[in-house]
Design a protein around this ligand. Sequence first.
Ligand code: PGA
Length: 248
Amino acid sequence: MRKKIIIGNWKMNGSVSSLKDFMNEVLPNLSENVEAGIAVPYPILGLLKDLSKGRNFKVSAQNMHFEKSGAFTGEVSSDMLIDLGVDTVIIGHSERRQYYNESDETVNLKLLKALEKNLLAIVCVGENLDERNNSKEKKVCERQILKAFEGVKLEDVHKVVVAYEPIWAIGTGKTASKEDAEEIASHIRNVLAGKYGKEAEKVRIQYGGSVKPSNVKELMEMPNIDGALVGGASLKAEDYIALINFDK
Ligand code: PGA
């Protein structure tokens, strides 16, 4: 049984005070059935670690560099994240791919580094609108998955979470239908099974793209969807609490 994992992605939002208020409301409302956490900007990651101390709450970064250290102005390494107590990292979010030249190759290097350092990695894949309109969504996701997992060992596969996030659904209010989301999630699992056999059954596949309290339940009920990566709706404690308690 794959435990559902719902992670909020705050992107470039939040502050010391908003995070404190958010955690005050959220911590008493965690659910045993769902692994929950948020990915916040670097300056408030340490605070998130402190606020969630002793609780089962994923402390996630939104990105990291694949090199250990060096002359990479503005970047953050895996060791720095671990030093802060971070346990999870988002890799290859479409906004990183779109605005910061993240490629399938850098996603692969980052995933290998995250696994080496025992960080839980959330690898994002997904097609853009043009690709969807030309029925290339499966091909695109397959290419992204195969490159991301290059060199990933069989025994590490279960440690990776994949987030299927169609770009046209991110921040647009347009969610993929549960059937469309399930179709791609199941395709992703098949691609992984082609490479790793039965281990693919252990990989959790999230859906992301305009997930909100009103649509989370139907998405989570699909057989190959094991969680959600949530942007906008994860910023409000009330909505976030509803998301992580979708089954009640
Ligand atoms: P959204 O963002 O929920 O605001 O669409 C999802 C994401 O980018 O992870």
